[in-house]
Design a protein. Sequence first.
Length: 67
Amino acid sequence: MKIYNLFPLLAGRFNDWHPHLERAASMCFDWVFTNPVQEPGISGSLYSIKDYLRFNPLLVDEGSGVP
């Protein structure tokens, strides 16, 4: 089993992830692990989650309707 770590802040907005996923597939990775994508707390750490039901605003395109 090979796991590809996709770091969300380096990959950019969700709409920009396709090339990264294609690259992982071309390198024969079986799984893609992403660090937390939820809204971060005051520290800004991806692991200090403020709201588990909201995405990090840095990852969502404005007007997409995604919470």
